[in-house]
Design a protein around this ligand. Structure first.
Ligand SMILES: Nc1ncnc2c1ncn2[C@@H]1O[C@H](COP(=O)(O)OP(=O)(O)OP(=O)(O)O)[C@@H](O)[C@H]1O
Ligand SMILES: [Mg+2]
Length: 362
C-alpha cells in the first residue's frame, strides 16, 4: 500500500522549484490551462519504470534551458517512509532516467519500488478510447495488465525487439536462416504469452464488470473482447510458426510482421447489441471509468494491491452516472487519488474531505 506524502520538483517541466505535501486520500489539483496540473501527475507517475503518463521523451521533462531535473518524493509504503529521487543521466549522448530509493539504485530496490506502487490512470484522450487507433486501445489494456504484473512491460519490449530483429533480417542482403528461425521461434512464444495475458485480463475485467452490475447500478452492460483475425480460431505454436514462415516474402515487402498481438484490437460490446464506438463521448467515458473501477476492484480484492489513481481532467463533462462511478471509487477504496480540473467548482459534488490545490497560485 503506497501513498505519496510530498513531492518536490526542480527544473522539471514548467516548474523551477515546486514543493507540496499531499493528502493521503483525495487530492484535487485545479488551475488555469498550462499551469502544470498534468505535469504534476506526470512527475508522480515517473516513480515507477517507464516514461510516465505522457510517454514523453525524457529530454522534454527537463525545464527548457536547464541541464537536468530532480524530483524528490516522500512515499509511504506499508507504513515505512522512503525517499525517492528521480533525475537523468547522460550516457553516450543518450539520456536515461535514474531512480534512487533512500539513495540506493540497486536492482532489488527498484524492483521493490515497482512492486509496491501501481497506478491507474485516466487521461482526457481516453474519452475517445473507442474511436482512437487500435494501438491506443492495446496500450490501454497493456497498462492495466502492468498495474498487476510489474514485469509485463519486459515481455512487450522483448516481443517488439524480436519483431524488429526479424524485419532487419528479412531486409538484409543475405538472410541468415538459422538466426531467422530462432527469432521466429521467439516471436511465437512471446506472442502467445501476450495473447494469453491479454485474454486473461479481459476475462478478469468482464467478470468484475458483471459482478459490479447490480452493486453500482451501471447504465450499461459491457463486455470486452479481443478482435484479432489471426487468432480467431485459437492458434498453437506450430501454426503460428508456419504462418510466420509463409509470410516472409510478404513481410519483407511490407516492412513488418503482418499479424500477431501487435495487430490486435480491443472492442467493447454494449448490452449485447453494439460496439461502444457508437456511444457518445460522455458515454464512452462512462465505459472507461467502469473498466478502471473493475480493475481497481480486482487489484484491491484479489491481488492485495492498492493502486494510486491519477485522473487528469476528470472534472469536466461528468454527468450524474460518471459522477457516481467516481464517487463510488473514492468512497469504496482506501487508496490515494489525484484529480485535476480547471475549476474548483467542478468538484463540488465530492463530499469526502478533499485537499484542494490551486496550482496557478502555488
Ligand atoms: N520542458 C519544459 N520546460 C518548460 N516548460 C514546459 C516544458 N514542458 C512543458 N512545459 C510547459 O508546461 C505547461 C503545461 O503544463 P501542463 O500540461 O501540466 O498544464 P495543465 O495545467 O495540465 O493545463 P491544461 O489545463 O491545459 O491541461 C505549458 O505551459 C508548457 O509550455
Ligand atoms: Mg493538463
Amino acid at each position: 500500500m503506497a501513498k505519496i506524502k510530498n513531492i518536490e520538483f526542480y527544473n522539471f517541466r514548467n516548474f523551477k522549484n515546486f514543493k507540496t505535501s499531499f493528502d493521503e486520500k483525495l487530492n484535487i489539483l485545479f488551475g488555469d490551462n498550462g499551469c502544470g496540473k498534468t505535469n504534476i501527475l506526470e512527475g508522480i507517475s515517473l516513480n515507477v519504470k517507464g516514461k510516465g503518463i505522457r510517454n514523453s521523451n525524457i529530454i522534454n521533462l527537463i525545464k527548457k534551458k536547464e541541464d537536468n531535473f530532480l524530483i524528490k518524493n516522500n512515499i509511504e509504503i506499508q507504513k515505512n517512509d522512503f525517499n525517492i529521487e528521480i533525475f537523468t543521466e547522460q550516457k553516450n549522448e543518450k539520456f536515461k532516467k535514474v531512480i534512487k530509493i533512500n539513495n540506493d539504485s540497486s536492482k532489488d530496490s527498484l524492483n521493490f519500488l515497482n512492486q509496491s506502487i501501481s497506478y491507474l490512470i485516466f487521461l482526457p484522450e481516453m474519452e475517445r478510447l473507442f474511436q482512437a487507433s487500435p494501438s491506443y486501445r492495446r496500450n490501454f489494456l497493456d497498462r492495466l495488465i502492468f498495474s498487476s504484473r510489474n514485469d509485463y512491460n519486459k515481455l512487450i519490449n522483448k516481443y517488439k525487439k524480436s519483431l524488429f530483429e526479424r524485419n532487419r533480417i528479412l531486409q538484409s542482403y543475405k538472410i541468415d536462416d538459422d538466426w531467422l528461425n530462432r527469432i521466429e521461434n521467439e516471436i511465437c512464444s512471446l506472442g502467445l504469452e501476450i495473447y494469453k495475458l491479454r485474454d486473461l485480463q479481459l476475462n478478469i475485467l468482464n467478470i468484475e464488470l458483471n459482478n459490479m452490475k447490480n452493486d453500482h447500478n451501471f447504465q450499461f452492460d459491457v463486455k470486452l473482447e479481443i478482435k484479432d483475425d489471426f487468432v480467431n480460431n485459437e492458434i498453437n505454436f506450430e501454426e503460428y510458426l508456419l504462418n510466420l514462415r509463409k509470410s516472409r516474402v510478404y513481410d519483407k515487402q511490407f516492412g513488418g510482421t503482418k499479424f500477431g498481438p501487435h495487430k490486435s484490437d480491443i472492442i467493447s460490446i454494449v448490452n449485447n447489441e453494439f460496439e461502444s464506438s457508437l456511444l457518445s463521448t460522455g458515454q464512452q467515458k462512462t465505459i472507461v471509468l467502469m473498466v478502471l473501477l473493475a480493475q481497481c476492484n480486482y487489484l484491491v480484492n484479489h491481488k492485495k494491491i492498492n493502486p494510486i489513481f491519477l485522473f487528469d481532467e476528470i472534472g469536466s463533462h461528468l454527468d450524474k452516472h460518471n459522477r457516481q462511478i467516481l464517487l463510488d471509487m473514492i468512497n469504496r477504496f482506501e487508496i490515494q487519488f489525484f484529480l485535476t480540473g480547471n475549476d474548483k467548482n467542478l468538484f463540488s459534488f465530492v463530499s469526502t474531505n478533499a485537499q484542494f490545490y490551486n496550482i496557478t497560485k502555488l
